[in-house]
Ligand binder design. Structure first.
Ligand SMILES: Cc1cc2nc3c(=O)[nH]c(=O)nc-3n(C[C@H](O)[C@H](O)[C@H](O)COP(=O)(O)O)c2cc1C
Length: 345
C-alpha cells in the first residue's frame, strides 16, 4: 500500500485490539485546508477499564499564516477531526464527553474528549463514511439534488450555524467569478504564492515522503499538464497566463456546471464556533458521502477580503462569518489524499 494511504483502509480490528489510542486513526482522515493536517494528539488510557482521555491539539507549525492568518480555517479542520473522533468512538461503543477549549481560546489545546465505555453502538453508516469521504475536484453532473436530500442536509446545522444553498444560474456564475478572481489575486501575491507552492507535492515520490499537502493526483492534473505544472507554479515564474490556464479558468467552468453551491457560516466568529463549524462541515460531508454526493470546498473566495464581501452579498449575509464555501453534487470517482503518521504528544 502506498505510503500515507493505508489509513483509509485500516482494519477496524486495530481499534478492537489496541483500544482508544487507535481511534485517532479516524480523526486524521478529516479534511484540512491544503491538507496541512494541523493536529497532534495526547492519549491517556486506563487499561483495565479500556477508558481514557484523548486530547486534540493545534499544531501551529502547520498553519498557513498568509492564506489563513487568523487560523480560522485551521480550526475548522480541527473541528472536522473532532467530529470523526466522536463518530468513530460511538461506533466502537464509547460515550465521548467533549470539552471544547478547556484552557481557553489562547491555548493550543483544542478539546478534551473523555471516553467512557457504553453498551450502545453508534451509527455504522456514518462511521463507514469516514473512510469513504474525500474532496472531489472533478466535474459534477448537472443533475440537481432532490428536495429530500436538501432537507436532510439542511437539518444538520445546530443553532448558531447556518447552511445556505445557491442553485440559480446567475448567482452561481457570480460565485464562480468571485472564486476565479480570488485565486488570481492569491497567485499574484508573492507570500501567498510561496505558501501555496510549499504545500504542493509535484511527484509521486514527493507525495509519499511528505504525506501531506496537495498532490497532482488529487488536483486531477496528469499527462503533459503534470510535467508543465511544477514549472509554472514556481514562485518566481511570472507567466500568469499559464497559471490561469491550469487552475483558474478550469475551476470557473467547473463551478458553473455544478448544481449547488453551499455556504456554511457562523452567527459569531469565535474559536468555539469555528470548531463547531468544522464538526458540522464534516457531518454534512459524511451524510453526503453516504448518499453518493461529492463535496469540493472553494474557500479562496472567502480568504480574500474583497471577494468575501461578494460572497456575503450573494448569500445575503448580515453579520455572519462565512466558514466553508463549497460545491456539491454527483460526480465520478476521486483519489484519496495521504495522511502523515499519527503524532502524539
Ligand atoms: C476549511 C477548509 C477549506 C478548504 N478549502 C479548499 C479550497 O479552497 N479548495 C480546494 O480545492 N480544497 C479545499 N479544501 C479541501 C482540502 O484541500 C482537503 O480536505 C485536503 O486536501 C484533504 O483531502 P480530502 O478532503 O480528500 O481528505 C478545504 C478544506 C477545509 C477543511
Amino acid at each position: 500500500m502506498d505510503e500515507g494511504l493505508e489509513l483509509w483502509v485500516k482494519a477496524e480490528e486495530e481499534v478492537l485490539e489496541k483500544g482508544i489510542r487507535s481511534l485517532v486513526n479516524y480523526a486524521v482522515l478529516a479534511p484540512s485546508l491544503y491538507n496541512t493536517q494541523p493536529w497532534k494528539f495526547g492519549v491517556t488510557v486506563e487499561e483495565e477499564k479500556d477508558e481514557g482521555l484523548i486530547q486534540l491539539f493545534f499544531d501551529r507549525s502547520r498553519g498557513l499564516p498568509f492564506i489563513d492568518p487568523t487560523f480560522k480555517e485551521m480550526y475548522i479542520g480541527l473541528g472536522a477531526a473532532l467530529e470523526n473522533l466522536v463518530v468513530a468512538a460511538e461506533y466502537f461503543k464509547y460515550t465521548p464527553y467533549v470539552n471544547l477549549l478547556p484552557e481557553g481560546e489562547k491555548s493550543d489545546l483544542v478539546a478534551n474528549v473523555e471516553l467512557m465505555r457504553s453498551l450502545r453502538e453508534g451509527d455504522e453508516v456514518l462511521f463507514k463514511a469516514i473512510s469513504g469521504r474525500r474532496t472531489n475536484r472533478g466535474p459534477y453532473e448537472s443533475r440537481p439534488l432532490s428536495d429530500e436530500v436538501v432537507e436532510k442536509l439542511m437539518s444538520i446545522p445546530p443553532e448558531g450555524l447556518e447552511l445556505q444553498f445557491i442553485t440559480e444560474g446567475k448567482v452561481k456564475d457570480f460565485i464562480a467569478s468571485a472564486v476565479k478572481g480570488a485565486l488570481k489575486y492569491q497567485f499574484r501575491n508573492k507570500e501567498v504564492r510561496n505558501e501555496i507552492y510549499s504545500w504542493m507535492r509535484f511527484s509521486g515520490e514527493e507525495a509519499a515522503v511528505y504525506r501531506d499537502g496537495l498532490s497532482l493526483e488529487t488536483l486531477n492534473i496528469s499527462g503533459l499538464k503534470a510535467r508543465i505544472f511544477p514549472v509554472v507554479m514556481k514562485p518566481k515564474a511570472v507567466d500568469l497566463f499559464h497559471l490561469d490556464f491550469f487552475f483558474v479558468r478550469n475551476i470557473e467552468k467547473l463551478i458553473k456546471k455544478t448544481p449547488v453551491i453551499g455556504l456554511l457560516s457562523g452567527s459569531f466568529n469565535t474559536r468555539k464556533t469555528q470548531l463547531i463549524g468544522g464538526r458540522v462541515y464534516e457531518r454534512l460531508s459524511l451524510v453526503a458521502t453516504n448518499l453518493g454526493i461529492s463535496f469540493h470546498p472553494l474557500n479562496a473566495a472567502i480568504q480574500v477580503e474583497a471577494y468575501k464581501e461578494q460572497v456575503r452579498d450573494a448569500y445575503m449575509l448580515l453579520d455572519e462569518e462565512p466558514f466553508v464555501l463549497f460545491r456539491m453534487g454527483y460526480a465520478g470517482p476521486a483519489s484519496h489524499s495521504r495522511r502523515r503518521p499519527l503524532e502524539f504528544i
